[in-house]
Design a protein around this ligand. Structure first.
Ligand code: NCD
Ligand code: ZN
Length: 354
């Protein structure tokens, strides 16, 4: 017989989130700001956030959009988009001033709003060396864009071709493999202490059969594409293992419904509203709730050299599916966005501990 489960954890962090801008920012920012202490904000706006000035202005727009129920300690952590427009001196100055947290590399064409990305990581060698010297982390969308490589192998190929050379040649650089989707992503993290890995709710709980087997599901389409069942099981095992190199990053990435249900489906899953519920339900199913706090609240701040939270959140799993969570939301202008994870949110609620 099931019973109510209640646990308190240190306030969680989201180490990878897309908040967009303007009306979409206003609609989605409160979900992240209400739930998470740190949120590492992805810079793939159009045009991208490539300078400290752009990051500072975007950070102000985020704080305004965060809304009245935002956590008082909600902190947007800003990343600059690493491409030819980025000026290393500006990055270093922005980091020294506490405005810029890291730099994100997107291979051009790999994902949503990556057209301004780079070709090869080592083209930015001088910048990467300066980042290593200043302790600025490199965040990587690890996916080959080679059309001859099968879509499900592109993470492994990118890691072989681009990440190993960087970590071997610049071993002092702190690196994060973002949104790990395969065992190749897990292994480079496990084998190198300076390399961390963020893991999303959808790569933890879905596999490509969910995406493709019972009517193709554009709501589950993201980059890197959700991979095989074996990869999913390995990712869930890593997240629940207590290995401090793995931490939560939702990759919450809202798109208007019209772009998700289209001839060419936009990549990205909006999961911020139920990001805590989904991971709590998975850890519960795996008998690993005692590892939840480490994964969502400790490993990321430890990896990035920040202080752990001093406030807590209480999570409750109810006995029956008594809640009716919304499966989509609308922006002020009426644009609909589908929400991932409503099933888990039928059982779980959470609130800050006063
Ligand atoms: C992200 C987006 O929509 O900005 N999409 C996605 O599929 N994950 C970009 C990204 O992180 O790849
Ligand atoms: Zn992302």
């Amino acid at each position: 017989m099931s019973e109510v489960i209640s646990l308190e954890i240190d306030a969680p962090d989201d180490w990878h989130v897309h908040l967009r801008d303007d009306e979409m920012l206003e609609a989605v920012a409160p979900y992240t700001a209400n739930a998470f202490r740190h949120a590492l904000i992805m810079p793939n706006l159009v045009p991208p956030i490539t300078s400290t000035a752009l990051a500072a202005a975007y950070r102000n727009r985020i704080l305004t959009a965060a809304g009245p129920d935002a956590r008082t300690d909600f902190t947007p952590m800003m990343a600059l988009y690493l491409n030819d427009d980025l000026d290393t001196a500006d990055l270093l100055a922005g980091a020294a001033d506490g405005i810029v947290f890291g730099a994100k590399f997107y291979p051009a064409g790999a994902t949503t709003n990556s057209a301004a990305g780079g070709t090869s990581l080592l083209d930015y060698r001088a910048t990467l060396e300066a980042m290593a010297g200043a302790g600025i982390p490199l965040l990587v969308h690890a996916e080959s864009t080679d059309p001859d490589i099968d879509i499900f192998d592109r993470e492994a190929v990118f890691i072989d071709q681009q990440m190993f050379p960087v970590i071997e040649q610049i071993p002092e650089l702190r690196v994060t493999v973002e949104h790990i989707s395969t065992r190749a992503g897990l292994e480079i993290v496990q084998d190198h202490p300076q390399v961390g890995g963020s893991i999303t709710p959808h790569h933890l709980t879905c596999d490509r059969s969910d995406l493709l087997a019972n009517g193709m599901r554009p709501d589950l389409y993201c980059k890197p594409v959700i991979n095989s069942r074996d990869e999913r099981i390995a990712i869930a095992a890593a997240a629940t293992s207590g290995d401090p190199s793995f931490f939560y990053g939702t990759d919450s990435a809202p798109h208007p419904l019209g772009k998700k249900e289209a001839a060419k489906v936009a990549a990205g899953i909006f999961n911020a509203p139920y990001a805590i519920e989904v991971v709590a339900e998975l850890f519960h199913e795996m008998g690993a709730l005692d590892e939840l706090e480490a994964f969502v609240s400790h490993h990321g701040v430890d990896h990035y050299g920040l202080e752990r939270a001093t406030t807590k959140v209480r999570l409750t799993r109810h006995v029956v599916d008594e809640l009716e969570p919304a499966e989509s939301m609308r922006t002020a202008g009426g644009t609909e966005v589908r929400i991932f994870g409503a099933d888990a949110a039928r059982r779980w609620t959470w609130e800050p501990v006063p």
